[in-house]
Write a protein that binds this ligand. Structure first.
Ligand code: SF4
Ligand code: SF4
Length: 404
């Protein structure tokens, strides 16, 4: 039996027993359970790191809940030693937060760490807004999120999807998160970013307000050295860093015949000691076993290094690094990085719902490239841009209720 199979079976046996115990006991001992169980004696210790100056200490691998819909999976993760669960106001139209609320109401509040992300209405909405309207809408969304989560506060509140210094320095958003903290609705505040990460990280440091940055980082980024440099500056300044998009889309091709070695990709990122934790998306027990294993073993094997080098050497892939190089040459100035992210959600993550939500939020109609005789936008990763846009925009013609 391969070592990985053995680890997986052992993990499933242990975690499912733990998960079942939680499941059976929860209605009877609400609020008394601790989401930080004692580790088994024969296990390597979980590697933990401090999240900047927040005082929070976390295992290096946390749980990205975005696509998860199984309470049993979350409970198995708790049994496996995970304590940090990351969601967002928009995930699964609120059902993601509701699921976590229904689970964690049975655990001691201080024994787990919840983050949620709220996207301000300035992004992608267009048009003018009344003074204070962005802040008001943001705080209203936070209240809705807290209601779904059945919690008085979240441990980390992110202003979601920031991609420029000016967006991070927005006085209205700085006021909003400061108010949320004062009201006791957020213990700590941060920003999340899918692109232009070095600028966003440095701007977050500059504010002196944001305590955490959730950033894309992976082995496929052409600008990885610059991302790492900004992360080191954040660590120096006491701003905590949480990693996302570590798997670079999960697959290299649309047909899903070239999977990324996700364990290797995760280890690659988390070997940077300036990064506190990561939130890989987990949707099944195999993925959970793999990710939980990295929490106890960060060493990259030679085979894992070879796998990463092989994929890194290939052009294209599903991961758009958000470099924006294509945008100036697009005759219509389309938000191509967002369109490519939706493409990755569908073909890499098999998450049509998230792709549909993102595409609809862009408000581009069904055929944004219509009337463009020739595609003049050139991708740094050789993506066939107009082809991919036409492909993914088909999703917008499907009513939301038909998308699972
Ligand atoms: S075809 Fe190319 S240049 Fe034209 S709108 Fe589409 S992405 Fe932009
Ligand atoms: S050039 Fe390619 S990788 Fe860069 S933002 Fe555009 S689509 Fe993404």
């Amino acid at each position: 039996m391969a070592q990985n199979d053995f680890d997986r079976r052992k993990f499933l046996r242990n975690s499912l027993i733990g998960g079942a115990g939680v499941l059976l006991a929860s209605p009877l001992i609400a609020q008394e359970q601790d989401a930080r169980p004692e580790p088994a004696a024969d296990e390597a210790p979980v590697i933990t790191r401090k999240l900047g100056k927040t005082g929070i200490e976390l295992p290096i691998v946390s749980f990205g809940v975005m696509r998860a819909d199984s309470p049993a999976l979350i409970k198995a993760a708790i049994a496996a030693g995970m304590v940090h669960f990351d969601t967002a106001h928009g995930y699964q139209n609120g059902k993601n937060e509701e699921m976590l609320g229904n689970i964690f109401k049975d655990y001691k509040r201080e024994s787990f760490v919840i983050s949620t992300k709220v996207k301000p209405i300035d992004a992608g909405s267009g048009g003018e807004t009344e003074p204070g309207a962005v802040k008001k809408a943001f705080l209203e969304k936070l209240d809705i999120s807290l209601g779904r989560l059945k919690m008085d506060y979240v441990d980390i509140l992110y202003v979601h999807d920031r991609s420029s210094r000016s967006a991070v320095l927005s006085p209205e958003m700085l006021e909003a998160v400061t108010e949320a903290k004062k009201a006791g609705k957020a213990k700590h505040v941060g920003v999340s970013t899918h692109r232009n990460e070095p600028e966003v990280i440095r701007a977050a440091i500059e504010t002196g307000v944001y305590e955490v940055v959730l950033t894309s980082i992976n082995f496929k980024q052409g600008h990885l050295a610059e991302v790492r440099k900004a992360i080191a500056e954040a660590a120096q300044a006491g701003v905590g860093i949480v990693a996302m998009k570590t798997m670079a889309g999960g697959f290299h091709d649309k047909e899903r015949t070239k999977p990324v070695n996700c364990r290797a990709a995760l280890k690659f990122v988390m070997n940077d000691a300036n990064i506190t934790t990561s939130i890989p998306g987990i949707t099944n027990f195999d993925q959970l076993a793999m990710n939980a294993g990295v929490n106890r073993d960060l060493a990259l094997t030679e085979a894992e290094q070879s796998d990463l080098a092989l994929l890194d050497g290939l052009r294209e892939g599903l991961y758009c690094q958000g470099c924006q190089q294509c945008v100036p040459n697009c005759s219509k100035g389309l938000p191509i990085p967002d369109l490519m992210r939706a493409y990755m959600y569908t073909y890499g993550y098999a998450d049509n719902q998230q792709a549909h939500t993102l595409l609809k939020s862009l408000g581009l109609g069904d055929d944004p490239c219509a009337g463009c005789a020739e595609c003049t936008a050139v991708c740094a990763k050789d993506f066939a841009l107009s082809e991919r846009i036409g492909d993914i925009m088909r999703l917008t013609k499907v009513p939301a209720e038909f998308i699972s």
